[in-house]
Ligand binder design. Structure first.
Ligand SMILES: *Cc1c(COP(=O)(O)O)cnc(C)c1O
Length: 399
């Protein structure tokens, strides 16, 4: 609930361990989990002041508005990201929904990249449309298309980079410039890149969202999300929207996420290093049509990767020769890597997008996005990369 911590000058790795900490009178080492819905006021005057918003910082009212454990999580992520403020939500989608519904009204227009997480696309294409907000979807890499999509009523640009599942890179700085010229705000879904390898606010974005469910938890336990921006936006429309509509993050989940943040840098770097080993180990394999990893020189947008990311990330996409049948034979031959649709986990996870996460799209839309029947998306975990590579190579032998 509160804004940025005092120790603003510490570097991100230090912030991940100490940022936002509030110690109770007991001086506990590990962050306290405040499992409370409400807060007791010492007097009616104090209750009145809190409801009027005149109480000192860190005075809480009700857990839907804020909670000390949740506030520690928000401040720690804000300190990591270099944002003025953050608001935590029950899931990544609650954050995305809040980014849109807190800032848009009937008659407004949104420009978004076509390659989006499925539920984000649903919010923009279906839900916003129902409330009179129109949209234009563009190919993320086509700067002229972003420019041409602008209308006088355009309020928000939305994109993710690298995109899901084909790991296409979108030029955040160039699109922020186009958005600002149009008087619109750029919202970036930074889940695939992670806050360790990409800092959208420094690239000109106005708002960043995370599904904390992914790398921030990193061990497959809890759902969570967070929105980061300037204090005026977070304390104004975002906080007002979330606190009255109910997508608050539970204090238990916030505590798990706080613990996840302490090791986020180490985990993301180790997972990215393994992803690099695996991508190089698979590249050029005769049974693959293509392999995409932002850290490889062969990635079609490698120059842009180097410009806006400080690492290749933890995700790899590759296409096996022989379509769905070959992809399924390959998946069934894996022993170590798990078939699931999550990502960013300590356990390596593989997904067949065309029959799962992107099943809802028409075949034509999938083709346009490069989501072929043989495409697989691998989230590299914390296992020994040689065991992962061996699992992949052995399974490829059976295709
Ligand atoms: C998972 C994910 C979301 C949604 O997050 P939830 O926590 O599942 O609600 C949004 N965007 C991207 C890129 C994701 O991977």
């Amino acid at each position: 609930m509160a804004t940025k911590t005092k120790a603003d000058s510490y570097r991100p790795r230090t912030q991940l361990v100490h940022g936002g900490t509030r110690r109770s009178q007991y001086g506990e080492m590990s962050e306290a989990m405040f499992l409370t819905q409400g807060f007791v006021y010492p007097s009616p005057e104090s209750a009145e002041a809190r409801f009027k918003g005149e109480a000192p910082e860190d005075s809480f009212i009700y857990a839907r508005y804020g909670n000390p454990t949740v506030a520690m999580f928000e401040d720690r992520v804000a300190a990591l990201e270099g944002a003025e403020a953050a608001f935590a939500t029950a899931s990544g989608m609650a954050a995305m929904n809040a980014a849109m519904f807190s800032q848009l009204a009937a008659g407004d227009h949104v420009v978004a990249a076509r390659a989006l997480f499925g539920s984000c696309l649903y919010v923009i294409e279906t839900l916003l449309a129902r409330f009179g907000v129109s949209h234009t979807l563009v190919d993320g890499g086509d700067l002229a298309a972003w420019k041409a999509a602008v209308r006088p009523e355009t309020k928000i640009f939305f994109l993710e980079s690298p995109s899901n599942p084909t790991l296409e890179i979108v030029d955040i700085r160039a699109i922020a410039d186009i958005a600002h010229e149009a008087g619109a705000k750029l919202v970036v879904d930074n889940v695939f890149a992670t806050p360790i390898f990409q800092r959208p606010l420094e690239l000109g974005a106005d708002m960043v969202m995370y599904s904390a469910t992914k790398h921030i938890d990193g061990q497959g336990r809890c759902l969570g999300g967070v929105l980061l921006s300037d204090a005026e936006t977070i304390r104004g429309p975002v906080e007002t929207y979330i606190k009255h509509t109910g997508a608050a993050l539970s204090p238990f989940n916030a505590w798990v996420m706080l613990k996840g943040l302490e090791t986020l840098d180490l985990r993301c770097r180790a997972q990215a290093q393994s992803a690099d080993v695996i991508a190089r180990g698979l590249e050029g394999h005769g049974k693959l049509v293509r392999l995409l990893y932002p850290g490889l020189e062969s990635h079609p947008q490698h120059a842009l990767v180097q410009q806006q990311m400080s690492g290749g990330g933890t995700m790899i996409a590759f296409e096996v020769r022989g379509g769905k049948e070959a992809a399924f034979r390959f998946l069934n031959a894996l022993n170590l890597i798990l078939i699931s649709n999550n990502l960013g986990d300590a356990k390596s996870i593989i997904t067949h997008p065309s029959t799962t996460t992107h099943q809802r799209l028409s075949e034509e839309d999938r083709q346009h996005l490069g989501i072929s029947q043989g495409l697989l998306r691998l989230s590299v975990g914390l296992e020994d990369p040689q065991d992962l590579l061996a699992d992949l190579l052995e399974a490829l032998d059976q295709v």
